[in-house]
Design a protein around this ligand. Structure first.
Ligand code: BGC
Length: 435
């Protein structure tokens, strides 16, 4: 049973994290303003970067290599498009990128990527058994001046490889491929993971004009008909939102204070940390875990988004998972009241994250089609959207709260592996344009 005082504190936190329909509407207005400013090249927290990728027709064909870089895993893949909007065939292999690599030197970093591709290819011949063209999904803010070149603006998601900022990442990758004896492979398209997600889904669904990723990081893109290209919004950096005390704490202690503020409230890299900060605060004020002196939870970033997802499983399963997670941090005999309080904190934090994402999506859709004159599919990839038990549901309910009956025109769908598949699609689009 939860004590009255704890209940009161919980209500306070709920209030601080609440994103009402009115709050969402305000965010939508501010977001649209920032989008327009960004597009006009004025100062804005939204970079609005042209991708040089158009929407596919569904008739593109061919086999391509793909590298998908940007989350916890590096993925290399071979993607085959059969035309007629048919399902895209692919095989892939994932590798975990070690902390040492993502904070080391540029040479070592790109060599490691090229080496993984070399192993994936194995003994097969480039050209004969293996495609020569490669789509490169690079999921960080990049200023592109063509489909196959782009300079890194800044790292996000804890990456800090030295000597890459300001450089053309396609060149860096191609140089590394050469060093590994893969000089015959040409990068024919560079893109953001959201762009890949949109390209992959719209290959077979022309009503899809928005791509979103909610995983380690978060971002969205949309097809801008007037400009004839997909625009990478870099929404993770949006900074005009209601923020809680814990958001400020997290930001101050992060590697990039003042940046990626929306991402820090939404994405998998930060969800666990927000919950951990609340738990530590409540524990220090005597509302939680008074009988324990565990110091494990004092360590930054120990609580992961996967833990949050597991604790939010419905009913007994979620309670049992909460017990398991808490035991891992030395809270061996937490009470049911404590476990249920922790689960409610998870719920509050992830619900807000889902509603922020909904508000972002509505703002983007309003930009494309202000009166919702037609139906829209929003393709979403990323571990949080895919694996969290309530996230998609909360997003749909957030969209309904704001749009009412018009929400029926908005379909949000999981576009699994979209970022890797899209690398192939974008490479194919570039090929069909150069024919
Ligand atoms: C990056 C985006 C990316 C997103 C999702 C963010 O941190 O800035 O470019 O699309 O993460 O991976």
């Amino acid at each position: 049973m939860m004590r009255d005082s704890a209940r009161k504190v919980l209500e306070g936190i709920r209030e601080e994290f609440k994103l009402s329909a009115a709050d969402m509407n305000k965010m939508i207005r501010d977001f649209r303003r920032e989008m327009d400013r960004g597009l006009r090249g004025r100062k804005s927290s939204l970079k609005m970067l042209p991708s040089y990728v158009t929407k596919p027709t569904g008739n593109e064909k061919g086999a391509f290599l793909a590298i998908d870089l940007g989350g916890t895993n590096l993925r290399v893949a071979e993607v085959e498009l059969k035309g007629a909007g048919k399902e895209i065939a692919y095989r892939s292999k994932s590798f975990i990128l070690k902390d040492k690599l993502i904070s080391g030197s540029s040479g070592k970093f790109f060599d490691a990527i090229a080496e993984h591709l070399r192993r994936f290819i194995g003994r097969r011949d480039i050209g004969a058994g293996i495609p020569m063209k490669l789509g490169f999904t690079f999921s960080f803010p990049v200023r592109q001046d063509s489909l196959r070149s782009g300079r890194l603006i800044c790292w996000t998601k804890g990456f800090s490889v030295k000597g890459v900022k300001g450089k053309d990442v396609v060149k860096l990758l191609e140089e590394a491929l050469k060093r590994k004896g893969l000089g015959g492979i040409r990068v024919s398209a560079l893109m953001n993971d959201t762009v890949g997600t949109l390209a992959a889904r719209s290959y077979s669904d022309s009503s899809c004009e928005v791509g979103v990723v909610i995983g380690t990081g978060t971002n969205a893109c949309y097809y801008d008909k007037r400009l004839g290209t997909i625009i990478n919004i870099e929404w993770g950096n949006f900074n005009r939102m209601k923020r809680a005390l814990y958001d400020r704490l997290l930001d101050e202690n992060s590697g990039n204070p003042g940046e990626q503020l929306l991402e820090k409230s939404v994405s998998g890299m930060y969800l666990g940390e927000i919950v951990r900060l609340i738990i530590c605060d409540l524990a220090s004020r005597g509302y939680l875990f008074r009988r324990f002196s565990s110091t494990a939870l004092i360590k930054k970033n120990v609580l992961k988004a996967e833990d949050i997802s597991r604790m939010e499983e419905p009913g007994e399963k979620g309670l049992a998972n909460a017990d398991k997670v808490l035991r891992r941090y030395g809270m061996m005999n937490s009470t049911i009241g404590e476990r249920s309080l922790v689960r409610q904190l998870c719920r509050i934090v992830s619900r807000r994250a889902a509603r922020i994402s909904s508000a972002g999506i509505i703002a983007v859709l309003k930009k494309i089609d202000p009166v919702f004159s037609r139906s829209h599919t929003v393709a979403i990839d990323g571990s949080v959207f895919e694996k969290h038990p309530n996230f998609a549901k909360e997003m749909r309910s957030g969209i309904k709260d704001v749009l009412g009956v018009r929400s029926e025109k908005v379909k949000i769908v999981l576009s699994k592996n979209g970022s890797a598949l899209g690398a192939g699609v974008a490479a194919a689009i570039s090929q069909s344009h150069s024919l």
